[in-house]
Design a protein around this ligand. Structure first.
Ligand SMILES: [Zn+2]
Length: 175
């Protein structure tokens, strides 16, 4: 779909890309989609030189969606590198929940709306701004936890349930 990016979306993309030094110097094409909030595509092999890119739904676009799709590109880059047996550019594991976790952890910019795949209690989803900062810190803690804890995603979702019930999570959020 050939359609100019609106100034608002262009600005949002520039703000978002600043948070992704891994993508610096790389060409990221941007298009629109109507069917999804967003999608990301990466070439299967680095050598093809096909461009990687994202497609976004323009209506009600939030930074969280842009961040999520850009994180997919970084996940994809890591994958491409691994296939070529060179040092991975990224250590972000594949998967949608992983993508949500690393997106929220990366920057407060991407906490403007609730993530799509992470399991959130209804009270959290409906009152996202109230919980956003705490959940961002829990995501950062979960990434740390992953080094020693295989089930860090379950751990994270359990912590989110705790704060949703007004209880104290197993990690100090007051840092
Ligand atoms: Zn995704």
């Amino acid at each position: 779909m050939k359609k100019r990016l609106t100034p608002r979306i262009r600005q949002m993309l520039e703000d978002s890309l600043r948070e992704f030094p891994e993508l610096e110097g790389k060409t990221v094409t941007v298009g629109y989609t109507r069917s999804y909030l967003g999608t990301a595509f990466v070439p299967a092999e680095v050598e093809t030189r096909a461009s990687m890119g994202i497609r976004l739904r323009a209506r009600n676009l939030v930074y969280n969606t842009i961040g999520h799709e850009l994180t997919h590109l970084v996940q994809g880059l890591g994958h491409v590198s691994l296939k070529r047996a060179v040092a991975p550019l990224s250590k972000i594991p594949g998967g949608e929940k992983q993508c949500d976790i690393w997106t929220l952890a990366r920057s407060a910019l991407f906490c403007d709306d609730a993530p799509t795949y992470l399991r959130l209690p209804r009270v959290v989803r409906e009152n996202w701004p109230r919980y956003a900062e705490a959940i961002r810190f829990l995501c950062i803690a979960a990434i740390e936890k992953r080094r020693t804890h295989r089930f860090y995603i379950q751990w994270l979702e359990r912590q989110i349930r705790l704060i949703a019930r007004g209880l104290t999570p197993e990690v100090d959020l007051s840092r």
